[in-house]
Design a protein. Structure first.
Length: 325
């Protein structure tokens, strides 16, 4: 079940690349599109073997997946995959990646685990065995008409985080290709989105995807994201060209101004990136003196960064007030 949207009513080349990879991996794909697809776009989707459902742009990806579950369940499949077009990929063989996931003893799987708010699988790639998708916990959330959500955060809490939490509470086990362990003390005390902050490390772990938002918007000011092309091209030169084509067409937002980052949790501040990376790469064990050193270094850097950020924000505010007056 593949959630799709494009503002121009077409299917980008990199999305067709992903859908072909899904077909080659043995999936029968239902594309749930909230775009006003042109006839040639529909033909492109059918050419890669996808069934297409056009729907209103409500409920985001989970709205589409829930609509599909209600329509098609019960199903008999070895695996059920929830995916979307918010990533570029796969950078490497998708079948091999799925085989790697399935080699671990679990009931459902994800590409990346997030610790933000609560441990959960990021919803852009969730793979479920029958024990998971046939469970009452899954049905209660995904085979029931979607509740009205007041905002995006409410939707994330109820569905993205809620799905992993509900299945885990029912005794079902999950495995993520990328997850933090006990060694990463900063990541566990100050959770952040690894698909952005550690995008290269996530790929090097074996996850063959790169977030579209990281390259197009980069609101978290991940400075080394500009090096994406060499990382992708070394794995799939053709996909690198498709990504560049998409970025040229849809545009890339300039990096946020320094002061604009003050609204984000401090763990995303670019001044702290080296310390965060050092914490991730550390081979120390919990309780080791290096854990404390990383936290001390983080707090010192935050202290030094707060003052200039606040000053910069005040200067910007004064300039905007003068313009308004």
């Amino acid at each position: 079940m593949f959630a799709h949207y494009h503002q121009d009513g077409w299917v980008a080349a990199h999305t067709l690349h992903y859908l072909r990879a899904l077909r080659n991996a043995g999936f029968v794909t239902v594309v749930l599109s909230t775009a006003k697809l042109r006839p040639d776009a529909l033909n492109d989707l059918r050419a890669v073997g996808a069934e297409v459902i056009l729907r209103e742009n409500t409920g985001m990806d989970f709205g589409g997946w829930i609509e599909a579950c209600i329509r098609f369940f019960p199903i008999k499949a070895q695996l059920l995959l929830l995916a979307n077009d918010s990533v570029y990929g796969p950078l490497t063989n998708l079948s091999s990646f799925i085989d790697h996931l399935l080699s671990h003893d679990a009931d459902f799987y994800g590409a990346v685990e997030s610790l933000e708010i609560a441990p959960h699988l990021q919803s852009w790639f969730i793979l479920l065995r029958p024990e998971a998708y046939r469970s009452s916990a899954f049905s209660a959330l995904m085979c029931t008409p979607m509740q009205a959500m007041s905002n995006k955060l409410a939707l994330v809490l109820k569905y993205e985080i809620g799905l992993s939490q509900a299945l885990a509470s029912a005794g079902l086990r999950y495995y993520a290709a990328f997850s933090f362990d006990e060694q990463q003390v900063i990541a566990r005390r100050h959770p952040y989105n690894p698909a952005h902050i550690l995008w290269r490390e996530v790929i090097e772990t074996g996850v063959p995807f790169l977030k579209v938002e990281l390259l197009r918007l980069n609101r978290m000011r991940v400075v080394d994201a500009v090096k994406w092309r060499s990382v992708v091209a070394s794995r799939d030169p053709l996909l690198a060209s498709m990504i560049q084509q998409d970025l040229d067409h849809r545009g890339v937002e300039p990096l946020p101004r320094f002061g604009a980052m003050s609204a984000w949790p401090f763990i995303y501040w670019p001044e702290l990136r080296r310390t965060v990376l050092s914490d991730y790469r550390s081979s120390s064990k919990r309780g080791d003196w290096r854990d404390s050193l990383h936290l001390v270094a983080l707090r010192i850097l935050v202290a030094f960064a707060v003052v200039p950020r606040r000053m910069h924000s005040r200067i910007l505010s004064r300039k905007e007030s003068r313009k308004a007056s």
